[in-house]
Design a protein around this ligand. Structure first.
Ligand SMILES: Cc1cc2nc3c(=O)[nH]c(=O)nc-3n(C[C@H](O)[C@H](O)[C@H](O)COP(=O)(O)OP(=O)(O)OC[C@H]3O[C@@H](n4cnc5c(N)ncnc54)[C@H](O)[C@@H]3O)c2cc1C
Length: 266
């Protein structure tokens, strides 16, 4: 896997990590001041921020940036990790992050409710080994809950931009239709491409026919999708409990642990 540089996400690097970086001679990335050039309200609790970077770097679909903001009463800015939702191809100078508001959180409510177009944000990246490019092949099973869909959107948009055809099956858990992030774009891509399939599950709407399932992701659901997709690779992203449940279930259903990649939003 490419891009392994910083395994610490929602905290500053400790001295051991700095020593490790020095030993590996990996460059330490600098914070830069990005311009918020657009804000797209995706759902009642999630917004996309489009960020123009003064010093852009190429990135791999699935990677993330750290964002830090000043918080009243805290001596230092507070940083959090946010996956990139945009494709690095053809242009990586403007990136998109999709942020879901965690009520009572220090950073996400500010990003979702109080960061209008024209704001500036301190960002640093890209980081992360949770990624996919065409060399890794397919078919892919992508399993997301809530904002866990963001890195998959980067992979899907990248595949579309490069006219790739590896089959991708996205299993996407949302509270209800209203809370489906990127809903219209996913529908359109599913209609336009022969390789993307999206299966929705709604956890708080037992009837809506736009979802095939109406419960949390479980082993039986994954079994159905494995039979339909026969994936070479599996990707899991979202809350730690969901990711851990899926890791165990996919192993029990016969997928090799080495072909399943996880990103936990803790
Ligand atoms: C690699 C990675 C990528 C990520 N990508 C994304 C992404 O694309 N989109 C996205 O939305 N998120 C993403 N996340 C999650 C993100 O980094 C933050 O964790 C998330 O936005 C919450 O941050 P916060 O500062 O708002 O909340 P925090 O301040 O961290 O609080 C989180 C929750 O805990 C509660 N809480 C805090 N302190 C206490 C306490 N003492 N007692 C009880 N409850 C408490 C808060 O009320 C809140 O609900 C990612 C995480 C990782 C690790």
């Amino acid at each position: 896997m490419l891009g392994v540089e910083n395994q610490l996400t929602n905290s500053e690097p400790d001295s051991n990590t700095l020593q490790l970086r020095l030993a590996r001679k990996t460059p330490i990335k600098e914070w830069q001041l990005a311009d918020v050039v657009d804000v797209i309200v995706e759902t009642p609790e999630t917004s996309t921020l489009r960020l123009a970077l003064p010093n852009p770097s190429s990135f791999i679909p699935g990677q993330y940036y750290n964002i830090r903001i000043p918080v009243e009463g805290r001596p230092r800015p507070i940083q959090r990790a946010y996956s990139i939702g945009s494709s690095p191809y053809p242009d990586f100078g403007i990136i998109e992050v999709g942020v879901k508001e965690m009520v009572g959180g220090l950073v996400s409510p500010v990003l979702v409710r109080d960061t209008p177009v024209g704001s500036k944000l301190e960002v640093r990246g890209p980081y992360g080994a949770f990624n996919w490019t065409e060399e890794m092949g397919g078919p892919l099973l992508l399993v997301a809950a809530g904002s866990g869909v963001v890195p998959f959107m980067s992979m899907i948009r990248y595949a579309k931009a490069k006219n790739l055809t590896q089959p991708m099956h996205l299993l996407f858990s949302s509270k209800s239709k209203e809370y489906v992030i990127y809903g219209d774009e996913l529908n359109k891509l599913q209609e336009e491409t022969g390789w993307l399939k999206v299966t929705h599950t709604y956890t708080r709407d037992p009837k809506d026919p736009t979802a095939r399932f109406h419960r949390r992701i479980d082993k039986e659901m994954l079994q159905d999708l494995l039979e339909e997709t026969s994936p070479k690779l599996g990707y899991l992203c979202g809350p730690p409990e969901m990711v851990e449940l899926c890791e165990v279930a996919l192993r029990e259903l016969g997928m090799e642990p080495g072909s399943v990649f996880s990103e936990k939003y803790d």
